[in-house]
Write a protein of this length. Structure first.
Length: 133
């Protein structure tokens, strides 16, 4: 079968490398679906789930914290500051991070870095979504 090697790499090392039928993700410009043989492409990613269709037709999910997608005809590399496969997500930790970020955003404290808190909230929500699917 025609497949695509997908590698997800962070500063802590490789999170995943496997062969898949298809990759779906949300780039800053919109949804992307990548099949084997796709033309070369580099795209910035949003904080979102990357969905990977396995050869057995099942699906693997990775919570990716932004970064970049690089597509070559037989290989896709995702480089991100952090990324976790669904089974590695600590749900309680993500719940705590979500709560912390939500409290900061609700505090109306002028010293709070709102953009930073929004990003922390997005990372936590993304992890919770991926872990729950
Ligand atoms: P926290 O406030 O809980 O540290 P964060 O969003 O600030 O969350 P990051 O800076 O994105 O965390 O990631 C730091 C490291 O911790 C990365 O290696 C990331 O994969 C890991 N990590 C963060 N949250 C979780 C989680 N809920 N489950 C598993 N690994 C996590």
């Amino acid at each position: 079968m025609n497949t695509l090697t997908v590698s997800v790499v962070t500063p802590d090392g490789q999170v995943l490398e496997n062969d898949y039928q298809m990759l779906s993700c949300k780039a800053e410009g919109g949804e992307l679906g990548i099949l084997p043989g796709h033309i070369p492409l580099v795209a910035p990613l949003t904080i979102n789930a990357v969905r990977l269709k396995r050869e057995d037709n099942g699906e693997d999910l990775v919570a990716v914290n932004g970064g970049f997608l690089e597509v070559r005809p037989d290989k896709v590399t995702i480089l991100a500051q952090s990324a976790e496969v669904a089974n590695d997500i600590d749900v309680e930790r993500a719940e705590r991070a979500k709560e912390r970020a939500a409290q900061l955003l609700e505090s109306n404290n002028p010293e709070v870095d709102v953009e930073r808190a929004k990003l922390a909230l997005s990372r936590a929500m993304n992890r919770l979504n991926v872990a729950q699917r």
